[in-house]
Design a protein around this ligand. Sequence first.
Ligand code: FA5
Length: 360
Amino acid sequence: MLEKAEELTGLFKNKAEQAKKSADIEKLRVEFLGKKGHLSSLMQELRNVPNDQKKEAGQKINDAKQFIENAIAKRLAEIKEFEEKMIVEQAEAYDESMPVTTDFGSYHPITLVKNECENIFRSMGFTVEDYSEITDDYNCFEALNIPKHHPARDMQDTFYLSSGQLLKTHTSAAQNTILRKYKSSLEKGNPIRAIFPGRCFRNEKIDACHENTFFQMEGIMVDKDISISNLIYFMKTMLSEVFQKDVTVRLRPGFFPFVEPGFELDIQCLICGGEGCSSCKNSGWLELCPCGMIHPNVLMAAGIDPEEYIGFAFGLGLTRLAMMRYGVGDIRMFNSGNLKALSQFTDKSFKKPEDEGRHN
Ligand code: FA5
């Protein structure tokens, strides 16, 4: 037993010399001092030692244990000191003048287009409003002249929440709130000019030009003598600013219960130049911005007298605008989370789609 205790100390010394890292020392601690370690086995063997030798053998094992514990603490301190010194040396070797290679974040292309539209409309005197993504039946439908069981509700397949609320299917859901917000200012002679961009949700079948989560930007203007020509002027200005060139658009009649008359404003597809492709479902045109003159019932729901005031509203498809703006042939790219694809769009790198080619 006495020899075994000495052998164990010798074995430990050998192994401790080879330990170079704190993790190596931890392994040694488990091997020698752990519950199933060498010292613990030696203790168990003590039972078999004759009684008259037990005291001396026990003393030897304790000495060995004490030695190993002290040696571990000492070696660990040495190794830690060395490791810390290395960290400091490496930090000192850090060259601050080296070029940075880390990738920086970038704006999502929809954010870029949204910011651009906001700036354009701000410069024309519009305020930019914020509105929640969760709303209710009243704001999304009833206040927009779409009573319960109206067939127009089927135009937008809605996600309902267990709370009875719903995810807004269109930015028009904010119309009532914004009209109410500025009603008294309107009555003091200040026209309402507001845009409200936001994310919309519909239980849609996804394809190259349809997403279930997409962005729109609503715009409204209300005053005493607003006409369809005002609406067309603002639409044209916005598009020529965004695209920095004339784009071909067409206006055709469209039905929405909250406008009368209503129009569909389509843009000629910039991916195929109007020849037809998957992005425009081979029609050569993309529905971009339905619009119209605000229905009297919508003004009345906000407490505004339709005999005195009139206005226009539009619901720009911001995600589709981003497709055309950047020549993106498939809408699914925007929600793909593909950072490499999404980070290629910056204000500075923007070229017109036909110069740049497609980014599918
Ligand atoms: C509406 O949402 C109306 N609230 C727009 C409106 C506002 C009309 C004010 C009149 C006055 P629509 O469902 O057509 O209408 O959507 C408007 C635009 O959003 C479309 O032209 C299109 O550009 C875009 N859009 C609609 N559904 C999707 C979709 N699933 N994925 C991508 N963009 C979409």
